[in-house]
Structure formats: structure tokens, C-alpha cells
Design a protein around this ligand. Structure first.
Ligand code: UD1
Length: 325
């Protein structure tokens, strides 16, 4: 008889989800992926994991799948483009709010007790101080961040009312790919800095527009906390283990406590690729804070987790490798 604990990874064919699946398999869990393949890709699926094509808005199907004896669920099936969330909030209300509530309800209805939820730095809004810790006020300035914060609150209520336990992981800026090259699905139509830089390097785009060069930072461009996706993945495994051992429900920031400016990212990509990047300076993008850096001290203490990647060139290299192989 298979005694492995079963984990349901909703959104497991996506960029972060596929890395979480890989890490769970490496840690001896039995994994089922539930994904509608709207942005997730079949190329990201592992043969060792079961795959169920399904939608989080299809409640009867979700309820049926949830009766499969899972020890925990990881929910990463959300829309995540900040700009889009402001233009089409209906899409985010339906997918990120209704979808997440459907998952939580299905869990409670089927006696599945543990949820690791993919949250975001966007729950904080404009930082009042950096590095941002978990006590920082929660004041999202875009609808995307609002949807994630609402679900954190729903989970908190459920953890008080039911036998339901959660850890919300608030990612700062996820970047990079599995260093062994096993995950190859590039995001289609990327909106984030490093994938766009890659498209410029490979000739898919003419140039990078750097949004603002007059911020109050040393080189005038915005500073972010770029965390490698394999470090995010290992934090999910640690969070699941913590919940399975009866750990507390909580929200944890995942970052590296290290900031990198847009120009530093460009310089890193130039070093790694050996090519020049064509860029210009464009107006500021609305809603961009000058500096957003996390302290992950709580996550480190609570989960016994530390990010392994600390050097931006090492991180960029794992993305560039995908372009050159
Ligand atoms: C945002 C969200 C984050 C979300 C992520 C995923 C906030 C505070 N953060 O991160 O929670 O998970 O999106 O979509 O809402 N840049 C350019 N040119 C470009 C693209 C980006 O200069 O073409 C700059 C941006 O101004 C920013 C940095 O690069 O300073 C990183 O941008 P991006 O990758 O879009 O991530 P965030 O906006 O930081």
C-alpha cells in the first residue's frame, strides 16, 4: 500500500505551481495537480504526479476531487496581473475570490484540513517602512492585492470556526527557473520585468521600457526583492510539513531581504547573457512603490526555511539557461 501523504496542488501546471510540484515530489509526497490549463501548461506537468483537468469555478467537480483523501491543498490558481485587475475586476472577483472560496468550502465539506495559500506582497500596498514584516499595515492599492487579502481573512475566520488550518505565503517578486532545466514552460505574454528582459535579449521585443528613473533610490529606478522560484517552492514544502505537524495558521512574507533595482537587473542580465539590452526610460507606472523589500525572518523561524539563492546573477542565470537550451 502506498503510504505517501497526498497533496492536491491547484494551479500545479503554472509557473510557481510546477516548481512546487517538483519540490513536493522530491520530498516524497504523492501529488495530484488540478489545473484548467488557462495559463498553466501541459509541458510543466510531471509524469510522477497525477493530473486532473478542472476548474475551481466548477463546484461539483471540485467537491468530487476534494473527496480524494488529501492531507493538504496548495492553492496557486489565481490571476496575478496587477494592471488587468484594475481594468477587469470582475475577472479577479470571480477567479480569485469565488474560486478560492469554492476551494475552502470544498475542503471543509470533505474534511481536508490544511491549506497553503499563494498570497502576495501586494496585500501591503505602499510600504510605510522597509524591510516589510508581517506587522506592516495591510492596505492594498490594486484589486489583485485586495482579492488576496480578502482570502487571507476568509481563511482566518475558517481557522477559528472549523477544523481548518492555513499558511498564507506572501511572495515578493518571484523569478528564475529550476536550475536542472526540468521546467520549461515560459509564461505567455509576460508582464513582469525579468521575462520581458529575456524577450528583449532573444529579439522577441525591441526594447525594455524602464518605468521611471527619478525615484528616490540610488540609481533612480525601483527596487524589488527578487526571490528564486525554487526557494518559494521549498517554502511551500516546509509550510505543508509545518501544518501536518499541527503548526499554527499564519501569514508569512517570502523574500530575501535584499533589493535589486531595475537597472541592476538589466546589468545582471547583460553580464549573464554577454549581450547588451536595449532600453529606454518611460514614465512611472501607476501604483509602483519605489522600494519593496521583505524580511522573511518569521518564515525562517516558523518554517526552518532559508532562501538558497542570494546572488542576482545566479538567479538570472537559471532564467537565461532556458533561452539558450
Ligand atoms: C507585482 C506585484 C506582485 C505580483 C507581481 C506579479 C505589487 C507591489 N507587486 O510586482 O505582488 O505578484 O506583480 O504580477 O503590486 N518594470 C519596468 N519595465 C517593465 C516591467 C517592469 O521597468 O516592462 C519595473 C517595474 O516598474 C518594477 C519592477 O520592474 O519596478 C518589477 O516589476 P514587475 O515584475 O511587474 O513586478 P511588481 O510590479 O514589482
Amino acid at each position: 500500500m502506498d503510504t505517501k501523504q497526498k497533496i492536491l496542488v491547484i494551479g500545479g501546471a503554472g509557473y510557481i505551481g510546477s516548481h512546487v510540484v517538483k519540490a513536493l515530489l522530491e520530498n516524497g509526497f504523492a501529488v495530484t495537480v488540478y489545473d484548467n490549463l488557462s495559463t498553466g501548461q501541459e509541458i510543466n506537468l510531471f509524469t510522477e504526479a497525477e493530473f486532473i483537468k478542472g476548474d475551481i469555478l466548477d463546484v461539483p467537480h471540485l467537491e468530487k476531487v476534494m473527496s480524494g483523501g488529501y492531507a493538504a491543498v496548495v492553492h496557486l490558481a489565481a490571476k496575478k496581473a496587477v494592471g488587468e485587475s484594475m481594468e477587469n475586476p470582475q475577472l479577479y472577483a470571480t477567479n480569485n475570490l469565488n474560486g478560492a472560496v469554492n476551494i475552502i468550502n470544498a475542503m471543509v465539506n470533505n474534511g481536508v484540513k490544511n491549506l497553503v495559500f499563494s498570497s502576495t506582497a501586494a496585500v501591503f500596498g505602499m510600504p510605510q517602512y522597509v524591510p516589510v514584516d508581517e506587522k506592516h499595515p495591510l492596505n492594498p492599492i490594486n484589486f489583485y492585492g485586495f482579492t488576496k487579502l480578502q482570502i487571507e481573512r476568509v481563511m482566518d475566520w475558517f481557522s477559528n470556526l472549523k477544523d481548518f488550518h492555513y499558511i498564507a505565503l506572501r511572495y515578493f517578486n518571484a523569478v528564475g527557473y529550476a536550475a536542472d532545466g526540468s521546467i520549461r514552460g515560459k509564461e505567455k505574454n509576460p508582464q513582469n520585468l525579468l521575462p520581458i528582459v529575456m524577450e528583449v535579449l532573444t529579439g522577441k521585443r525591441d526594447k525594455l521600457h524602464i518605468f521611471g528613473n527619478n525615484y528616490d533610490t540610488p540609481d533612480g529606478t525601483c527596487i524589488r526583492d527578487y526571490i528564486h522560484v525554487e526557494d518559494l517552492a521549498s517554502a511551500h514544502v516546509a509550510a505543508i510539513k509545518k501544518l501536518l505537524q499541527g503548526g499554527n495558521s499564519q501569514c508569512l512574507n517570502l523574500g530575501t531581504n535584499k533589493g535589486t533595482s531595475v537597472l541592476e537587473m538589466v546589468a545582471s542580465a547583460e553580464r549573464v547573457s554577454g549581450k547588451k539590452i536595449n532600453y529606454d526610460f518611460a514614465p512611472r507606472r501607476p501604483g509602483d512603490p519605489a522600494i519593496l523589500v521583505a524580511t522573511s525572518e518569521s518564515a525562517q523561524q516558523q518554517l526552518g526555511w532559508t532562501p538558497r539563492y542570494t546572488d542576482i546573477d545566479e538567479i538570472v542565470k537559471t532564467t537565461w539557461n532556458l533561452e539558450t537550451k
